[in-house]
Design a binder for this molecule. Structure first.
Ligand code: IDP
Ligand code: MG
Length: 156
């Protein structure tokens, strides 16, 4: 089981709805480690880089207006299989179809305003982390509670 890093964004709807504390609490309570954290304003240029796979889709203009409409909080989150663990915590894209217990299922009813972005693969995570964070903004540290969160043989 590999320790991975994933890019998480609290999107403008999450910031405006003052859900950042609640959402950060879920990630910390899960046992994942925050290794980078900042607030920023996404520009149109940054949006096109991040959502390169969607730029030619009909919904892209709406997505760009949404993601640039207010500040976001970007996090680098680390842990065993962090990419898929976070995607499971988010639930499916559309909040109306997301199960209770997931972030999108508990806090939203929208397909677009679904509160949190999470990278969908290890490769995407590496690319997205490099878009949002400079290398020296990602912090290496040993959490003192780490040994009570995951057994040594579960991390490689
Ligand atoms: P994901 O965030 O669950 O990976 P993607 O399909 O990669 O979902 O889409 C990226 C983001 O674009 C979604 O999180 C959502 O905010 C927005 N989005 C996806 N599909 C639509 C759509 O059909 N209309 C408007 N916005 C959409
Ligand atoms: Mg996606």
């Amino acid at each position: 089981m590999a320790s991975e890093r994933t890019l998480i964004l609290f999107k403008p709807d999450a910031v405006q709805r003052r859900l950042c504390g609640e959402l950060l609490g879920r990630i910390e309570n899960k046992g994942l480690k925050i290794v980078g954290l900042k607030m920023l304003q996404v520009t149109a240029e940054l949006s096109k880089k991040h959502y390169a796979e969607h730029v030619s889709k009909p919904f892209y203009p709406l997505l760009e207006s949404f993601i640039t409409a207010g500040p976001v909080v970007a996090l680098a989150v680390e842990g065993p299989e962090a990419v898929s663990v976070m995607r499971t915590m988010l639930g499916p894209t559309n909040g109306r179809q997301a199960a209770p217990g997931t972030i999108r299922g508990d806090f939203g009813v929208s397909r677009q305003m679904n509160l949190v972005h999470g990278s969908d693969s290890v490769e995407a995570a590496q690319k997205e982390l490099a878009i949002y964070f400079k290398p020296d903004e990602l912090i290496e540290y040993q959490p003192t509670l780490g040994q009570w969160v995951c057994a040594a043989d579960e991390l490689s």
